[in-house]
Design a protein around this ligand. Structure first.
Ligand SMILES: *Cc1c(COP(=O)(O)O)cnc(C)c1O
Length: 469
């Protein structure tokens, strides 16, 4: 295939994309294939000769499509959303055609300068104060790793990268049980070690860290000769949407001089709506915050927004400047590769620009408000049903529930069977989680094409299939 063939296939793609979206409700949400079924249809050896693109596309439809779980399906209620808005998809296509590698300012000044401006737009959109500087990371996991490395270096007076961790005091980091596993991985990769991730018990309906217990744990660690280094708080934990009390957490952090990172990977998008900002009151006192526009906001994977108060601390931790990466003769520029673990970077800011201009903050707010309202209405209907109970109340558009008909035993097994039967049915897609030892069913609405009817369909499917168990 040559670029001269591109108009033909580009038009094919444009039509295919629109038809795909228009027909999504007719497809099962979760792929219905058995393990190994797709692999069995892929030849074991690569082709020696070029093949016509017609054949490749026919095989794509026949082999690949049945193995896709449709994240853009309006009745995708599992995990968290991963919205791909058409405006952002278009921007990504443009970027992919040019495929610039934007590690340095000079390797595409537009990418760097657009990133600076877009991150400041986002900062204003979620009402973080001036003084926070944004950088686009590939994922919340990468942003949290960058934060973990920064807090490690800061606590070790900037000696960790040079000297390694052996012979250093034992660092400690604090978080609740509700934080995402990316925190565990960050602490492994940063060399601090799982045993030094101190789990603080949670209290209250939002399952916030008990900050008295947090303070006591830090005091005890200091007395035992450890070196407390930082706190990872969450706004909208993955399992049930737990929210730490950020203000109270920052009180403790400031008292002990610790770094605070807030993981709001999913819930951060909702902060474009002023009425939800109480969930992270105090966030302006954190050292860094991450949220994923690639989840709820519609800039398809990957685009993670990482805000930091001290870029100097971040670049002191991550920047490395061999001669071949230096830019001579240009002052006041930013090389964003010094702000992240990977060197290479895509031009991601363009899709944010397209998104924000094509929908406006008002349009995005309306979508998020709808999801929250519809989800809370569903929770109320399930609560009113005699065979269902709400286990954790809605946090934004996420809640958990359980099927508990009178007299039923082994509810964990019953609820897992319900999840499996619902997902085999295919009309909706939901997943389970475990909270305080119980297996519960998770529901979240956040898909851009979802309508109130789609959420009502979820009620019908859940109650109908439960009766058949
Ligand atoms: C989704 C999620 C993550 C991980 O996000 P990635 O961008 O996939 O790394 C981390 N924390 C929370 C709370 C999440 O919901």
């Amino acid at each position: 295939m040559r670029w001269s063939d591109f108009p033909k296939w580009g038009k094919w793609l444009a039509d295919w994309a629109a038809e795909y979206h228009a027909g999504l409700r007719d497809r099962p949400v979760r792929a219905q294939t058995a393990p190994g079924a797709i692999a069995a249809q892929l030849p074991a050896r690569p082709p020696e000769e070029a093949q016509p693109l017609e054949d490749v596309i026919a095989d794509f439809e026949r082999i690949v499509m049945p193995g896709i779980t449709h994240w853009q399906h309006p009745r995708f209620f599992a995990y968290f959303p991963s919205n791909a808005s058409p405006a952002a998809v278009l921007a990504d296509q443009i970027v992919t055609v040019m495929a610039p590698q934007c590690m340095l300012w000079q390797t595409s000044p537009a990418a760097t300068e657009m990133e600076t401006r877009m991150m400041d737009w986002l900062r204003q959109a979620i009402a973080l104060p001036q003084g926070f500087h944004g950088v686009i990371q590939d994922s919340a996991s990468s942003a949290t790793l960058a934060a973990m490395l920064t807090l490690r270096e800061r606590a070790l007076d900037w000696h960790g990268n040079q000297q390694g961790l052996s012979g250093q005091p034992r660092l400690r980091v604090y978080a609740s049980e509700e934080v995402h596993t990316s925190i565990d991985r960050a602490i492994w990769i940063a060399g601090i070690g799982q045993e030094n991730l101190v789990r603080i018990p949670t209290t209250g309906p939002l399952r916030a860290m008990d900050t008295a217990a947090l303070d006591a744990a830090i005091e005890a660690d200091k007395a035992a000769g450890y070196l407390p280094a930082g706190i990872i708080a969450c706004t909208g934990g993955t399992g049930t949407g737990a929210c730490d009390d950020i203000a109270a957490t920052c009180d403790v952090a400031e008292k002990h001089g610790l770094y605070t990172h807030v993981d709001a990977a999913w819930a951060g998008a909702a902060m474009i709506c002023p009425e939800f900002r109480t969930l992270w009151a105090g966030v302006e006192r954190a050292d860094s915050v991450v949220f994923n526009p690639h989840k709820w906001l519609g800039t398809q994977f990957d685009l993670s927004a990482h805000f930091i108060r001290s870029p100097e601390d971040l670049t002191r931790t991550l920047a490395i400047q061999p001669e071949y990466l230096k830019t001579h003769g240009a002052d006041g520029i930013i090389n964003y590769s010094e702000w992240s673990v990977p060197l290479g970077r895509r031009f991601r800011a363009l899709k944010l620009w397209f998104l924000l201009r094509a929908y406006g903050l008002a349009g995005l707010r309306q979508m998020i408000r709808n999801h929250v309202a519809w989800s809370q209405a569903l929770a109320d209907r399930l609560r009113a049903h005699p065979d269902f109970e709400i286990v954790t109340e809605p946090v934004l558009s996420l809640f958990t529930f359980r099927y508990a008909p009178p007299g039923a035993s082994d509810l964990d097994d019953l609820n897992q069977r319900l999840v499996n039967a619902i997902n085999d049915d295919g009309r909706i897609y939901i997943t389970q989680t475990r909270t305080r030892g119980e297996l519960v069913i998770r529901f979240q609405a956040g898909q851009f094409d979802a309508t109130e009817d789609d959420v009502k369909t979820a009620y019908n499917v859940i109650t109908e299939i439960a009766k058949t168990l």
